[in-house]
Design a protein around this ligand. Structure first.
Ligand code: SAM
Length: 410
């Protein structure tokens, strides 16, 4: 047993904690961008396969103090790498440094790589190959101040790359973020999941994976742990069979994804098919306002353009106003959600928010705004009124006080 740091984008930590607990993992601590759990190298297989909001699963090998690169070399060189890496294997190093000792992480990567391959050459007479492609064993080093941590990175390529999005459309959402957004809506397969403006279909696909209880990396072929010395393919095979056995055959609710761009729907449909979910999602080319809304309620999740990456703010103001009308007139009995990075535009929706959850889409600060769409939704005071000065995302909008308080709702 050892300590494992599961890394995720900031804002996803609380969703990752929920996932870890659901997997029965002992959560030791939380970081701004990760969660510490206890477990063995074998346990990392399950984490890699099952966690929707994680990006990397790092198994801690050693923590030590160092103030200059040669000290780091000595410490790393003293670890028994020959137990983990085959002398004819392939190694990559990833690192993060926040120390005056390192000005360029490429130098740090090289120092770490040398320390490891020199050790293996001394013990076995042969040096493993190395490079930047994440196709073999991956070692991750974090050096902050005088404290260094060395990990076996059991994931390799980030876990957000599920492998199904072969056809990205405009501004696609990262798969892990989309999973967290679906988790935030609480949708579990009951009722409908409606995703107008679906783009490449990420939200609908992640919703389908969640509702089925299917492991997000069920079809991913390569993980860095598979290249470690002593890796047992049978263990992964058994685990894959176990998680396959837990998948629900169908879901009680419906998933409907629409977009007014036929290319988006072609891409989304292909992505869903690649994920093996083509039969579960009903796609349609239409304006978002014409999206079919079945009786019985559920969630409507819209990720409109928000003028920072694509689209123009002025043009989008009308669209946001129409989203408010669509929610109010066509989605009664549903929970409406808008994921946006532009709170000025969000005010044009003109409905009272029930909650606002904080996210980042890359560097852009975003909110997932929730609207309870009961019969005759209340409009707040004039949504077109002046924008209160200094109001950042999550500030009090003209809809009135945010019932969730200053912190994003949990
Ligand atoms: C930010 S992208 C959505 C990205 C999506 N979440 C993903 O992960 O790929 C916004 C989408 O809204 C679509 N769109 C814009 N205006 C629309 C409208 N009036 N009706 C329907 N779709 C629209 C665009 O074609 C684009 O695909």
């Amino acid at each position: 047993m050892g300590r494992i740091l599961i890394v995720c984008p900031r804002d996803l930590t609380k969703y990752l904690v929920t996932e870890c607990k659901a997997l029965g993992l002992v959560v030791l601590d939380e970081e701004p961008s990760g969660v510490w759990v206890e477990g063995s190298l074998l346990d990392t297989f399950r984490m890699n396969l099952m966690l929707r909001t994680a990006h990397r699963v790092l198994y801690l090998l050693r923590e030590f103090r160092a103030t200059e690169p040669q000290e780091l070399y000595r410490e790393i060189n003293s670890l028994p790498w020959e137990d983990h890496i085959k002398s004819n294997g392939y190694l990559s190093v990833l690192s993060n440094a926040d120390t005056p000792a390192i000005l360029d992480t490429r130098f740090l990567n090289l120092k770490v790589k040398d320390a490891i391959v020199d050790r293996i050459r001394d013990k076995t007479g042969r040096r493993p190959d190395s490079g930047s492609e994440l196709r073999g064993v991956v070692v991750n080093v974090y050096w902050k101040g005088d404290r260094c941590s060395v990990y076996l990175d059991t994931s390799g390529e980030p876990l957000s790359k599920r492998g199904y999005r072969k056809h990205p459309h405009k501004a696609p959402m990262q798969e892990s973020l989309a999973a967290a957004v679906v988790m935030a809506t609480g949708w579990d397969g009951q009722g409908a999941f409606i995703n107008p403006m679906c783009g490449s279909g990420t939200l609908a696909i992640e919703a389908a994976l969640i509702a089925l209880g299917r492991a997000p990396a069920a079809t991913r072929l390569d993980f860095a742990f598979m290249h470690l010395k002593g890796y047992l393919p049978e263990a992964l095979k058994a685990l894959r069979a176990e998680v396959r056995g837990q998948v629900r055959k169908s879901i009680p609710g419906r998933i409907i994804a629409t977009d007014n761009d036929p290319n988006a729907i072609t891409a989304a449909r292909r992505n869903a098919e690649t994920a093996g979910l083509g039969h579960l999602i009903e796609f349609e080319v239409c304006d978002f306002q014409d999206t079919p809304i079945p009786e019985g309620g559920g969630v409507v999740v819209i990720n409109p353009e928000y003028g920072k990456r694509i689209g123009l703010e002025e043009k989008l103001a009308d669209t946001y106003g129409l989203i408010g009308d669509f929610f109010k007139h066509k989605c009664q009995g549903y929970h409406g959600y808008v994921f946006t990075g532009n709170m000025k535009l969000a005010k044009k929706i003109g409905l009272r928010t029930k909650s606002r959850r904080e996210f980042h889409n890359g560097p852009i600060e975003c909110r997932l705004l929730e609207y309870e769409l009961y019969e005759g939704s209340r409009r707040g005071p004039d949504p077109g009124g002046p924008d209160p000065a200094g109001q950042g995302p999550g500030g009090q909008g003209p809809e009135g006080p945010d019932p969730t308080g200053p912190e994003p709702a949990g």
